[in-house]
Design a protein around this ligand. Structure first.
Ligand code: ADP
Length: 273
């Protein structure tokens, strides 16, 4: 049975207790899973407390991301690999699941190129920012994941990833999860967040788009703003990488994984084979 890859976001309102309880019950039912998580809201809080307020940049193609200088990267690691990752592992361990928390640096799990200089849009003009600790995942260490899963461990994965030179790079969690799903040959990728799915008229939750066929992707992309654009890009990369379906689902309460398995949310279908 191919594993399901679940990415849970780190935005305000996400219920990690509900998520972990649901994950644990599926693991006990024998469903093979890999869990990926974010941590943006908590990182913003901690960064502000430490006097290094978060900054965001927009690329010329309209994607927003965190400005990651060395200090921002260190705070990012404290929260993502520290409090959030260990909090999830602890919840799962308390529920009887032998979870192992790893970042993309560990065992070169998520390897890619560092983009030291990034182009950003500022007041309508393109600027080049230097000293960026960011990049994209090109390779997933599938052997490491299979080694863990084969021995009954549940991998709990989080950014950053690692550059070819061994440096930590901030990679997008949704896109890293997409890469992981493709590399593992997953049938389903779930991107769970603090919205019911892709909304046609954000933030009106009654405007949920229930299904998007592969050929209608570009049309659906027009509804996505801000961070939802990267989630959609990740979804597309997963489908192009052979994942059968991507579900954008709600992680604010209930049984978020089981709901997404039942297709509650926005279901994006791969190209007909
Ligand atoms: P997470 O950190 O949980 O992965 P993000 O904050 O990165 O989630 O992305 C989800 C956010 O995208 C929502 O909270 C919402 O503010 C924003 N968004 C923008 N456009 C839409 C849309 N059309 N439908 C749903 N959410 C949208």
């Amino acid at each position: 049975m191919n594993p399901i890859v679940i990415k849970v976001g780190g935005s305000e309102g996400i219920d990690l207790d509900a998520l972990c309880a649901d994950v644990a019950s599926l693991v006990h039912d024998g469903v093979p899973l890999v869990l990926v998580h974010g941590g943006s809201a908590e990182t913003n809080r901690v960064a502000t407390q430490l006097g290094h307020a978060p900054q965001f940049v927009t690329s010329p193609s309209g994607f927003t991301s965190r400005l990651t200088d060395r200090k921002a990267l260190e705070i990012f690691e404290m929260v993502y690999c520290g409090s959030i990752n260990k909090g999830i592992v602890e919840r799962l361990q308390m529920a009887g699941v032998n979870a192992v928390g790893l970042s993309g640096i560990d065992g070169r799990l998520w390897e890619g190129r560092r983009k030291k200089n990034i182009r950003v849009l500022e007041d309508g003009k393109i600027r080049v920012l230097r000293d960026s600790w960011t990049g994209t995942v090109d390779r997933v260490n599938v052997d490491l994941l299979n080694l863990l899963m084969g021995q009954g461990y549940l991998p709990v994965l989080t950014p950053p990833g690692i550059s070819e030179d061994g440096e930590a790079i901030n990679v997008d969690g949704d896109r890293a999860a997409a890469r992981t799903a493709s590399a593992l040959g997953a049938d389903t990728l779930m991107l769970l967040s603090n919205v019911p799915g892709l909304l046609k008229a954000f933030p009106d939750e009654s405007s949920l788009l229930r299904e998007v066929a592969y050929e209608d992707f570009d049309e659906a992309m027009e509804f996505a703003e801000g961070r939802m654009r990267i989630k959609m890009l990740g979804a597309k990369e997963a489908l192009d990488g052979g994942v059968g379906r991507v579900v954008l689902g709600d992680a604010r309460n209930g049984q978020p994984v089981r709901a997404a398995m039942d297709g509650v949310g926005t279901v994006l279908m791969g190209a007909a084979k």
